[in-house]
Design a protein around this ligand. Structure first.
Ligand SMILES: Nc1ncnc2c1ncn2[C@@H]1O[C@H](COP(=O)(O)OP(=O)(O)OP(=O)(O)O)[C@@H](O)[C@H]1O
Length: 318
């Protein structure tokens, strides 16, 4: 990438990948160094495919990918020294112990931190001489994270790191990831279905659905824009459709408005139309996620309908 920005751990520009029943479409995202990005999307949205492209495990059909200054997949070998990757299907040797794996990783990576590895064994409540085949799912996930964290990679790519963990184990893993970020040069991108984890951990949030990024923003400013407005208006009056309103639900005199770019002017306009506003509430990331996905799907299907209509008209004209 000619204009590679040195302050970014990840830069993706217009990345596309075609599978027989799926297209990753024009993915562009940037992760500043020292930040943590939550990557949220429904099942089959394209999260793992994107992470695998960043890791060089899958090759994009087009578009530019730069990870820690390395063009991917061309310079993936150099990049992999500094990337820690963890996914649900991470393979450990079943007949070997956690200690065996620690020694093995230590022999490969000169950055391995023996003291930190020992601390992690304690914090994750693992037994070093236990064989992998005897570990529970949660213990296996924690062992995988330990092996990755103790070699101190500059970038962590985590594909659903908390899936299948009980609340206590999730809490331990999240706290550990937050501690990792105390070192300001390190960066994390993690995918999740769990919006609570993402809300707690992330500085940046990216939503993906059906292979397209639907938003990618700083968490604080993003959460600040969304509001749910509950109001009452006489049933014979219409509420105006304002810019930034993504949903309006009415039942008799009661209405609930979801706003994507809320401003006081919006509330004022409703009041001027005769509405009485009961409350203006902040929304959780989960509520915002559902609204984003629904409005993006509605928008895309209206575009598809318009395109189909155009084609039919062209067909008719021909
Ligand atoms: N090697 C492959 N060959 C064909 N299709 C694939 C391949 N890998 C992924 N896909 C398809 O790409 C789509 C996106 O999959 P991906 O695993 O990236 O989604 P995801 O967002 O991580 O989903 P989940 O949350 O369910 O894990 C799916 O429809 C999947 O079937």
């Amino acid at each position: 990438m000619k204009d590679y920005d040195n302050s970014m751990a990840i830069q993706m520009r217009n990345v596309c990948k075609h599978y027989p029943h799926f297209d990753l479409q024009n993915i562009s995202l940037e992760l500043p160094k020292g930040s943590i990005m939550g990557f949220i999307g429904p099942n089959g949205a394209g999260k793992s495919t994107t992470i695998r492209i960043l890791m060089g495990l899958v090759q994009q059909d087009s578009g530019i990918v730069n990870v820690l200054g390395n063009q991917m997949p061309t310079h993936q070998i150099a990049a992999k020294w500094d990337i820690g990757f963890a996914s649900e299907d991470m393979r450990l040797y079943k007949n070997e112990t956690i200690q065996w794996h620690m020694d093995y990783i230590k022999s490969i990576y000169p950055t391995w931190d023996t003291n930190y590895a020992k601390q992690l064994v304690k914090r994750f409540d693992l037994t070093r001489h236990q064989k992998v085949k005897g570990l529970s799912h949660g213990q296996r996930v924690k062992a995988g994270l330990l092996l990755m964290l103790a070699r101190k990679p500059k970038l962590l790519l985590l594909d659903e790191p908390t899936t299948g963990l009980d609340p206590v184990a999730r809490h331990e893993v999240i706290n550990e990831l937050m501690d990792v970020l105390l070192d300001e040069e390190r960066s994390i991108l993690f995918s999740s279905h769990n919006t609570q984890d993402v809300e707690q951990l992330s500085d940046e949030i990216t939503f993906i659905d059906k292979g397209r990024i639907i938003s990618s923003e700083n968490k604080e400013s993003y959460l600040e824009k969304w509001r749910r407005i509950r109001l009452e208006i006489s049933s014979d009056k219409q509420l105006p459709s304002l810019t930034g309103m993504v949903e309006q639900r009415r039942s008799g005199t009661q209405a609930i408005i979801t706003a994507k770019s809320f401003s006081e002017n919006m509330a004022e306009t409703y009041r001027n139309c005769g509405a009485h506003i009961h409350s203006i509430e902040n929304m959780t990331l989960e509520e915002i996620f559902v609204s984003e996905v629904q409005s993006s799907r509605a928008f895309n299907s209206s575009l598809d309908a318009a395109t189909t209509g155009d084609n039919m008209n062209k067909g008719a004209a021909a």
